[in-house]
Design a protein around this ligand. Structure first.
Ligand SMILES: [Zn+2]
Length: 224
């Protein structure tokens, strides 16, 4: 087994854990200070992501073990499905939150700490996405590419909030719920395509590291 590759994947897993853990702590502090439920709920999500980072490390540790090297593909597939389930759960949760926001017609008042945390969160998630994506492509790791996509979806959610903030500052209307619905549908589509790649067989699967690789399975990862 390629030790260097394995080390890089585990390192990316740690970066994933640390970034999300720090975002979680940061969100909790600002959430308590500002009393924002949305930020506190974002903190919970970051902690869940942080825990899911251990999936990346555990799956890599197991599949790089000589004893399980033949099951490598299966272990990686299993881990990406777990990450996809987190993506779908995020989409469902955000969809419900957005609909609730519309029904309760929450007024849009964003205080400065909220705006700052959302922007910092967005930039951190974007940086983490790029890092995981590059690392995943370099090492042909579907698990890392799945984490990159999960992080990208979280960045999309932050982006939705940023757009809502800008719109509310200029036009004094709250579009967070509506833009939230659009983003959650996109996230649900991404998550479901992950779990059922054959639905979207006509176009490229988001996890594909090798365009010649067929979806249906027999693919030898041990080739150099
Ligand atoms: Zn997430």
């Amino acid at each position: 087994m390629d030790k260097k590759r394995s080390k890089s994947i585990v390192r990316a897993g740690y970066y994933f854990i640390i970034t999300n853990f720090l975002l979680g702590i940061f969100n909790i502090i600002v959430g308590i200070l500002s009393g924002s439920v949305a930020i506190t709920s974002d903190a919970t999500h970051s902690f869940i992501d942080s825990i899911s980072g251990f999936l990346v490390i555990i799956s890599e540790k197991i599949s790089s073990h000589d004893k399980y090297s033949k099951k490598r593909d299966q272990i990686e597939r299993f881990t990406t499905i777990l990450i996809a389930i987190i993506i779908v759960a995020t989409g469902v949760h955000f969809l419900i939150e957005s609909i609730e926001g519309i029904i309760e017609s929450e007024s849009a008042d964003y205080d400065t700490p909220t705006i700052i945390i959302v922007i910092i969160g967005f930039l951190a998630k974007l940086a983490l996405t790029l890092y995981l994506r590059n690392s995943g492509k370099k090492h042909h790791s579907k698990v890392l590419l799945a984490s990159a996509l999960e992080t990208f979806n979280d960045a999309l959610i932050s982006l939705a909030v940023i757009i809502s903030i800008i719109v509310s500052l200029i036009w004094h209307i709250n579009i967070e719920g509506y833009i939230g619905i659009i983003i959650s549908v996109i996230i649900l589509k991404i998550g479901l395509e992950f779990i059922f790649p054959h639905i979207s067989h006509h176009h490229h699967h988001p996890l594909e590291t090798n365009p010649d690789h067929d979806h249906c399975g027999k693919h030898d990862q041990s080739n150099p």
